[in-house]
Design a protein around this ligand. Sequence first.
Ligand code: 3PG
Ligand code: CO
Length: 550
Amino acid sequence: MIELKKSTDFAGPEGPVVLVIMDGVGIGRNPESDFVKQAETPNLNWLHDNALYTELRAHGVAVGLPDDGDMGNSEVGHNAIGCGRVFEQGAALVGKAIASGAMYAAGSVWQQLVANVIAKSSTLHFIGLFSDGNVHSNLNHLESMLRTAKQQGVKKARIHALIDGRDVPPTSALEYVERFDAFLNEINADGSVDYCVASGGGRMNITMDRYNADWDMVKRGWATHVKAEGRTFTSMQEAVETFRTENPGILDQDLPPFVIVRDGKPAGPIVDGDSVIFFNFRGDRALEITKAFEADELTEFDRGTKPDVLYAGMMQYDGDLDVPKLYLVTPPAIDRTMSEYLSSAGVTQLAISETQKFGHMTYFFNGNNSGKFATETWQEIASDNCPFEDAPRMKADEITDVVVQAIESGAYKFIRLNFPNGDMVGHTGVVSAVKLAVEAVDENLGKIIAALKKTNGILVCSADHGNADDMYELDKKTGGLVLDKQGHYKSKTAHSLNPVPAIVYDPSGAAKAHLVDVPKAGIASLAATCLTLLGYEPPADYAASLVKVG
Ligand code: 3PG
Ligand code: CO
């Protein structure tokens, strides 16, 4: 049992401490592309002027990513917020395991997968997100694995490509196709191996569902990758170009599934004896397809006869459930999360969001573990399965209703919630909807503030990374906004590199809180900040609290 010491400066507020994560709401640099600034946000404006307000880093090394060119994301963001420290994360750990050769070493899972296909003259399959977004995956990792497979005598490899456009520019698929075709031409050139793309589709259409929001996506992915059922094309380029002609304006992330045929036959169904690597390192969108490959019984959809394959994930996706059974790289050893400390101290906690971000507030927040600590209550509000640009309020009102009731009930000392709007609508690239999304968050923040005033609680409000604050493409060299041929700004669907706000509002003033200078402060400081405001001394190795009390 880990122990949390009571503070001698402040006994904690009468009401609860409420941590609001405004997903994807950062602080923009370009007013034209900043739809947080363009939205009407009276509550955020008021807090900016009247509460304790500072900015936090939410990207790059401040959240455990390989470098400061990497935008933040919800996994690393919620890990940092919930664990109070910065751990090296998937992108960095896989990169290092590849560079050092540890991933391929004797006795490794990689060696088992290779030995299996060599012994059975079968196929090595790779399924994963086909980009260099570094949020769920990186194409460099796939290319390294294919090169190594060739060196180690794997004759046949098949790639099942999930097209991105969500962590990279919205219609960039063909850039990756071109790069990868050149790579395949080179690796196949001496005729000793047969490596090709076998199937694929947009990542928001097949395979990469999360938090059980829409298992039909996984069902479609299974039919496409495993059974090789679906519309056929002779190349990925042909598939992408055809879909775009048929549906002008379609975003890469939404592209329909496709199966590649060669000599009139599907190029790579997954069959008995094959090895399969799901090469995403991030877990949320990997857990369902992993279950489809691993579970003896599957109730979520009829997968037909499950092929007898050796399946591995790039990383362990859930440390509590030990999923998947086999994985290539060991995840960061995240321990002593804020939830665990608060549980040991007997502090009642409520975690809440809607489906799309529910696991962010539970599984990611608790260090990629799905287990619940003793004093935690988790509440999920069901998300709609619809294009979020058509429903930009999402479930913000419903989440708030529960939160306000929870504040007023006195049943919880610590409440944490995520409003997904800024991020989920930000990913659609539809700026008019993004404005409405941010306004919904602001309006609901107002209701939470009112409840905290009534109960003498304290608000801590921040974000996991930016998105809605940076809705147009930036020129990598000049940092200016990119124009398309018609002179319009090019919409952007990915996260931003911007800092995020950190607000502490204590309406009763009981905490006598004031900001302290934390050099290069990042969102990992939010854990110690919440613990301080709850009346505890943060653990010595947690990133410093943003406030002092008493
Ligand atoms: C996604 O999975 O939707 C995106 O790749 C990243 O978004 P998130 O990190 O905000 O979940
Ligand atoms: Co996002």
